[in-house]
Structures are given as structure tokens and as C-alpha cells.
Design a protein around this ligand. Structure first.
Ligand code: TRP
Length: 332
């Protein structure tokens, strides 16, 4: 049986080069000819933390464009919006009834907020909506609806995959073997520092943008914080955010010669030029595709509607089986 790879991307924010290296690129590399792939925009997941509708919409656009420009081929991969597949919610409810509350109590994301509330002497449920609590069930429905076999995710999502397996197992045991148990493909955390040296993250405001002009890329690289060593002074690559970023994009040979350049006291201005050059080399074709795609009106609406048309019949079929199994179908 072919592997069925499925992954969702929560539509909050605009992709930065850390997302590209850590999520987009490795997921697309998995989508070879000997597997089926399902990539979708988890826009209902986004509602848990984003209540500004314009930001949801712009994030859907930016993230979809980033995946398409990076090479997602909709002839081979299924690409759709979670919100175009209403069966997800029907299955979510059925699975909610197979999910132990105790299991969800243990979810890291939820527990982290509770712990923070407690340490602030606040009510432990402060600012926790039921979306945050039930999030893993919606995610399990995304996966089980299409009987995905392999789910590439970051290490922070490993627990959610365990939960999906657990919930599926419970359903299978109660009714009938219906769902295959999905395997997590944990993607190595590509540790990409932001311009201030902390992990690149929108919340630290330290990102290097992904879909931008050369000028913007150059400008953001010029803002990388370095120490004040002068050209000619020996520089240490250890703990150097610029070197780490360089290494994330460069070949082994390039990295080795950059190491020598640091030993020789390369100036920070020159090091930044080299960094720009390796990042830009990788991103330039993606940028061109992006600007081309951005000129096609209705591109995304058409792709989303085609994507949903392709996968929705499977979702309908599965939900119909599930309804039969639980006793909610035509009365005979
Ligand atoms: N929760 C995932 C994240 O934040 C996104 C997601 C939603 C997902 N549904 C999924 C990932 C199903 C894999 C499979 O990264």
C-alpha cells in the first residue's frame, strides 16, 4: 500500500525562512511519486488563537502562496482548506465521544497555559477556550478522516499524534476496525536563529521574511545583531547566529570555507553579503514563482475549490461509514 502523507498548517502569521526550512521544504521532499500526499490549511485551528478575521484571511493567502511557490504541485498533491471539508466537524464530534477527558487534560499546549495561570495566581482556566482544550480531537479528525498513514510534524506535535492514535484505537475497539493508526514523522527541529539570536519567531519580531523582494531580504539580513569585532579580528563561529543561519542554507564546502573566513577575521559586512548570497540563491526561484502566481486572479479560490472536490468524496464516504457504525443512519 502506498504511504499516505498528510499534514496541516495552522493559518496564523506569515511564513518566515524558519518555517520554510523546518516545515515546508521537508514536507515537500516527502511528497514523492511513491506516496499520496495531503497538505491542508488548518484554518479552523487558527481560530483558537486568532480572532482578527482579516489576519486569518491574509495568513491563508500567504501560507498557501508559500507552499505553492516552494514547489507544491497540485497535480500530484492534494491541497485544500480544512474549512472546505465540513465532514471534519462531523467526525470531530464522534471522536470527541471516544476521547477521554483525562487524555486531553494532559495535552502540553493546554497544560502550559494552566501552569502559567497558576504561577500568576490567576484562575487556572483563565483565557482558555474549549478550542484550546479540544484542539487535539480536531487534529485527530483531520488525520483519521483520510486514513493518513504518515504525518510529518514538528516535535511539538508528537503528543497530538499519540492522542490521535489513542482516540482512533478507542473508536476501533468500541465499534469496528475503521481507522489506521497514523505514524508521526517527526521533523528535526531546524534551529534557525532570528536576527537577534533568539529562535526565529514572529512573536519575538526577529524574523527574516520568506516571500519578499531581494531588497527586503538584504535589509533584514543587515539588521542581524553581531558583536563589535572589527574586520581582521578572529571571530568565533560557535554561538554565532549569523554562522548558524549561513549553515542552514550553505553546502558543506561553503560552510568549511566560511569557517576559515571567520578564523581569518572576515568583517561582519562581508559575512552578511555571503549570507545574503546563499539564502538568495535558494529563494530566488521561489520568489519568481511567487510573483508570477500572485498575478493570477482567483488562483487560490480555484485551487481550493478543486482541492476540496478531489478529497471530499473520500471524507463523505468515511463519515457515512462512521454514521452507520454508531447507529446514526437510515432506519431499517
Ligand atoms: N496542529 C498542527 C500545528 O499547529 C497543525 C495541524 C492541524 C496538523 N491539523 C493537523 C498537523 C493534522 C498534522 C496533521 O502545527
Amino acid at each position: 500500500m502506498k504511504k499516505r502523507i498528510l499534514t496541516g498548517i495552522t493559518t496564523t502569521g506569515t511564513p518566515h525562512i524558519g518555517n520554510y526550512l523546518g516545515a515546508i521544504k521537508p514536507a515537500l521532499e516527502l511528497a514523492g511519486p511513491d506516496s499520496e500526499s495531503y497538505f491542508f490549511l488548518a484554518d479552523y485551528h487558527a481560530l483558537i488563537k486568532q480572532t482578527d478575521p482579516t489576519l486569518i484571511e491574509s495568513s491563508v493567502k500567504d501560507i498557501a502562496m508559500a507552499w505553492l511557490a516552494s514547489g507544491l504541485d497540485t497535480n500530484y498533491s492534494n491541497f485544500y482548506r480544512q474549512s472546505d471539508i465540513p465532514e471534519v466537524h462531523e467526525l470531530t464530534w464522534v471522536l470527541t465521544c471516544s476521547a477521554a477527558k483525562g487524555l486531553l487534560n494532559r495535552a502540553h499546549a493546554y497544560k502550559a497555559v494552566v501552569a502559567e495561570n497558576i504561577s500568576n495566581n490567576a484562575d487556572e482556566d483563565k483565557a482558555i477556550n474549549m478550542g484550546l482544550f479540544s484542539y487535539p480531537v480536531l487534529m485527530a479528525a483531520d488525520i483519521l478522516l483520510f486514513n493518513a498513514t504518515h504525518v510529518p510534524v514538528g516535535p511539538d506535535q508528537a503528543q497530538h499524534l499519540e492522542m490521535a492514535r489513542d482516540i482512533a484505537g478507542k473508536f476501533n475497539h468500541t465499534y469496528k476496525q475503521t481507522f489506521s493508526l497514523p505514524e508521526a514523522l517527526i521533523q528535526n527541529e531546524v534551529s534557525v536563529p532570528g536576527i537577534d539570536g533568539r529562535k526565529m519567531s514572529k512573536s519575538y519580531n526577529n524574523i527574516i521574511p520568506f516571500l519578499c523582494t531581494e531588497k527586503v531580504l538584504q535589509k533584514s539580513i543587515s539588521k542581524i545583531i553581531t558583536n563589535s569585532l572589527e574586520p581582521g579580528e578572529v571571530k568565533d563561529t560557535k554561538g554565532c547566529n549569523l554562522f548558524q543561519l549561513y549553515s542552514a542554507f550553505a553546502s558543506a564546502d561553503q560552510i568549511a570555507s566560511m569557517q576559515l573566513a571567520y578564523d581569518d577575521g572576515i568583517g561582519w559586512g562581508d559575512a552578511k553579503k555571503e549570507l545574503f548570497s546563499v539564502i538568495n540563491q535558494e529563494i530566488d526561484p521561489i520568489r519568481h514563482r511567487y510573483f508570477n502566481l500572485a498575478q493570477q486572479p482567483d488562483l487560490l479560490n480555484d485551487l481550493f475549490s478543486d482541492g476540496a472536490k478531489k478529497v471530499r468524496p473520500q471524507a463523505q464516504q468515511l463519515v457515512s461509514e462512521v454514521r452507520d457504525l454508531v447507529g446514526i443512519s437510515k432506519i431499517v
